[in-house]
Design a protein. Structure first.
Length: 409
């Protein structure tokens, strides 16, 4: 290397430092990285309306005269579209400028929200909220995670901050939308939300890089077609490890088994989810990703045991907090672990594939738990989830044996 040669960053035309006589001196990159991560945080903050869907259902049911089953179907379409947005958006994020993708997410999210506010029928809801909002927010999420997942140092911290913004966005949006619905009605509420979230997304687009990521080296077709053993193990660990918490989000009140504790149960799940995302990422930078994943798997087993034993009251509420913590931690650890085992130029594509494990769990786990609860009770359903938790831990073991990186600097 020449006496003053820049070290290339993850985007074409960027630098992370300048080496002068063998000493790495920070250049413009730390500022550029901070700016990019700030944009990624705002992007994840603003693409969170999908999981506030329950706030809107009463108003939509009353305005359109549709059934709960049909409204649940809109959410299911949104979940599939979100998963597809992450899958396809991850691939796009490996090749396209993050700013361009953020602008696409902005356009789709704003149009979808405005369409939801004006929808005259359930069919329009499916297209506006399910397809447009679901797919566009999935694209935005994938773009934000790709920006955070390709930083060179303290990757767990970067991902923890970015993905925790998604949890904050949902937690803030739900009460805000509820107040707006009471004040402005459905149409006015969605206009305000479209304007507010559109403004945040526009600022995010300004902050994230406007240049393409560095080009990936050419690979053979067989290399592209076959994910590594570590990636397959992460796919299994993510899907299986998310399932109990995803079911709990739909059954929080019943799991608390305490009259009047539904709101507290949901709040504890969300507090745990946020804390797990924010805290465990930087911890994994110190402990190593495999160790953190093993701790997360143990936490999942510990959270499921009280429910399997029929716990109620304070014990159940503590278990919900622990389950939220485990789920949030896993949501940070999996993209960080993925980034540890694939080149940066393929991170978006690979994480999109891994994320489909979460998507399948989101579709199957809540419905499966509800069906099991009818026959064998929620305690029986969580005895089944103990088996799922053990299988998820097996995925973590397989990740370590397949060459999973420590994740430490």
């Amino acid at each position: 290397m020449s006496p003053a040669e820049p070290v290339r960053g993850p985007w074409a035309g960027t630098t992370t430092a300048v080496t002068i006589r063998g000493v790495s001196v920070p250049g413009v990159a730390p500022v550029g990285r901070t700016r990019a991560l700030a944009g990624a945080v705002l992007l994840d903050l603003a693409v969170s309306p999908l999981f506030a869907w329950d706030v809107f259902t009463d108003s939509l049911r009353r305005d359109l005269g549709v059934s709960d089953a049909l409204l649940a179907g809109v959410f299911s379409v949104g979940l599939v579209a979100f998963m597809a947005g992450v899958l396809l958006g991850g691939r796009a994020a490996d090749a396209a400028p993050p700013r361009r993708l953020a602008l696409v997410a902005l356009a789709g999210t704003v149009l979808g929200l405005l369409g939801t506010g004006a929808a005259p029928s359930a069919g329009v809801l499916v297209v506006a909220f399910g397809v447009l909002v679901g797919g566009s927010t999935g694209l935005g999420y994938a773009t934000a995670v790709r920006v955070a997942g390709t930083v060179a140092a303290r990757r767990g911290l970067a991902l923890g901050v970015v993905v925790s913004a998604y949890a904050v966005g949902t937690a803030a949006l739900a009460p805000t939308a509820s107040a707006l619905l009471a004040l402005l009605g459905r149409g006015g509420t969605f206009v305000v939300l479209a304007g507010a979230l559109g403004g945040i997304l526009l600022l995010a687009a300004v902050l994230v890089p406007g240049t393409r990521p560095t080009a990936a080296p050419r690979t053979t077709r067989s290399t592209r077609a076959r994910p590594s053993g570590a990636v397959v193990a992460l796919w299994a660990a993510f899907g299986l490890g998310s399932a109990p918490a995803l079911a709990a989000f739909a059954q929080a009140g019943a799991l608390a088994a305490t009259p009047g504790a539904v709101a507290l149960a949901v709040a504890l799940l969300n507090v745990g989810n946020f804390a797990g995302r924010l805290v465990v990422g930087p911890l994994s930078d110190r402990l190593g990703r495999p160790a953190a994943l093993h701790a997360d798997a143990a936490l999942l087993v510990a959270a499921c045991v009280p429910f399997a034993l029929g716990a109620a009251g304070p014990a159940a509420l503590v278990a919900l907090l622990v389950l939220g913590l485990q789920y949030g931690a896993l949501s940070t650890l999996v993209p960080a672990a993925t980034a540890d085992v694939v080149p940066g130029e393929r991170f978006g594509t690979t994480y999109g594939l891994v994320f489909t494990g979460w998507g399948l769990a989101g579709l199957v786990a809540p419905v499966g738990a509800a069906a099991l609860a009818v026959g064998i009770g929620l305690d029986g359903a969580y005895r089944a989830f103990l088996v799922v938790a053990a299988l998820a831990w097996g995925g973590v073991v397989a990740y370590g044996r397949s060459g999973g990186s420590t994740g430490r600097p």
